[in-house]
Design a protein. Structure first.
Length: 233
């Protein structure tokens, strides 16, 4: 199976639509889509070559709020066969309607972790028998994983996703405190250095974590450094 060299596409035409169509044409899928979750805003940015009628229906019904191809796949670091999803009410709501638009529940999602904490998801689907599907997966899995990485890199380099992942607006105090944490200072030390209470230090640290979409202070430090908001300790 030929590896799709997405990076070889002309820079000016290196659109997500080109990537999605190439994945289908070269690997034999009916439809493909790319989506990413913004870790700061919780937004979903995506592109797909699904029928326009389905895309309108999908958006108007708010399926992006509970689509299992997004919210179950984002928990995995390996490709996810849609057959493994829990067939709950959310699954049925999406795929029952998708079937009406000619979209099969036989598909794969390949997650890609990015440098800003975002998760890119390349989805592909094909209407075929179980036997054909199992055979196809074996032949295309490696190429599909490489295509997902190239797709994510291409979108990042194009600036589309970089603009969507806006630069968090931290206050001067929040950046100051995170900088001291990056340099190895404890909350006690920071409070003494800045002449503020330790409780105030914690409030600013928590606020900084929330703005950066981080679960831990260590994760917040990493993201703040990645965004150039603070310097490495």
């Amino acid at each position: 199976m030929k590896l799709i060299d997405l990076a070889a596409l002309d820079h000016e035409e290196r659109s997500t639509a080109d990537i999605i169509n190439s994945v289908c044409d070269e690997l034999g899928f009916d439809y493909a889509s790319y989506a990413t979750l913004n870790p700061m805003k919780g937004d979903v940015q995506g592109y797909a070559n699904y029928p326009d009628e389905w895309k309108i229906h999908y958006g108007s019904h708010g399926f992006h709020h509970f689509d299992p191809t997004i919210y179950q796949s984002v928990l995995s670091i390996a490709p996810v066969d849609w057959g493994r999803f829990n067939h709950d009410e959310k699954f049925n709501a999406v795929f029952r309607d998708a079937n009406d638009f000619g979209i099969t529940p036989r598909g794969l999602t390949v997650p890609v972790r990015g440098p800003y904490g975002e998760c890119g998801l390349l989805n592909v689907t094909r209407d075929c028998s179980d036997a054909e599907w199992e055979k196809m997966k074996k032949h295309v899995m490696g190429d599909l994983q490489m295509a997902a990485v190239h797709a994510h890199d291409t979108v990042m380099q194009s600036g589309v996703l970089a603009k969507a992942l806006y630069l968090p607006s931290l206050s001067t105090r929040e950046k100051e405190i995170l900088q001291w944490v990056a340099e190895g200072k404890s909350q006690q030390d920071i409070g003494d250095i800045l002449s503020i209470s330790h409780r105030t230090v914690e409030v600013h640290m928590r606020s900084g974590r929330e703005k950066l979409g981080a679960l831990t202070t260590a994760q917040a430090i990493g993201r703040a450094i990645g965004f150039g908001l603070i310097a490495p300790g």
